[in-house]
Design a protein around this ligand. Sequence first.
Ligand code: PGA
Length: 254
Amino acid sequence: MRKKIIAGNWKMNKSYDEGMALVSELSNMVKDEYHGSAQVVIIPPALYINALSRMTADFSNISTGAQNCSNHVSGAYTGEISAAMVKSCGGKYIIIGHSERRQYFGETNDWLAKKIDAVLAENLNPIYCVGETLEEREGNTHFEVLKTQVSEGLFHLSAEQMASVVIAYEPVWAIGTGKTASTQQAQEVHAFIRNLVKEKYNETVADNLTIQYGGSVKADNAAELFAAPDIDGALVGGAALQSRSFADIVKAMA
Ligand code: PGA
């Protein structure tokens, strides 16, 4: 059975105390109101992973994760954090290749493929982000772009390794803009990605792959997106910064 995953990416937001308060509220909402339907992944700034993993340890449907990690195992890489460090703080998921990392930090598909390997080497789950820019969509090159991102980032993996991977489709033009892809646009891309995985691996690997949608997901558009057959959850930015709005997205999956 394909896992449904709602992940909240805080990006570079929230103080430590604000983060603790948010998750304390959220974990109770998720526990009391909507338990069981989906895995909830909290992805705060890396400094807070340890404390939040401990805070949520008794909630089996809540995990934590990191927004990025190094492609190196350890060593003289000032400012970097490794997948093993995330794991040692209780994190289970690591976002790899978010469009902001690609855009502002020059991360390429080749580079990201190495980060995927680093995450898998620790038996953690990468959430690999792909998505086209507005220019690419308007120029009708988005399928080509997505195919390159998926194949160069992931297709060196074995079928067994692919079972640990989550893909997030996040059209760059929908991130933080309030402009969501229509359910039809998202479903079309998700089915396309699943088919690429099927052609490269097999039907079982493709069927079991969780593909999240990201880009201005809110409580009021989540239910419609989640009703599409190939949309298995969401990677949420802005709406993950408040317990109520994020819990309502989790509820929409129920
Ligand atoms: P958004 O961000 O929900 O604020 O659009 C999504 C993301 O960047 O993952």
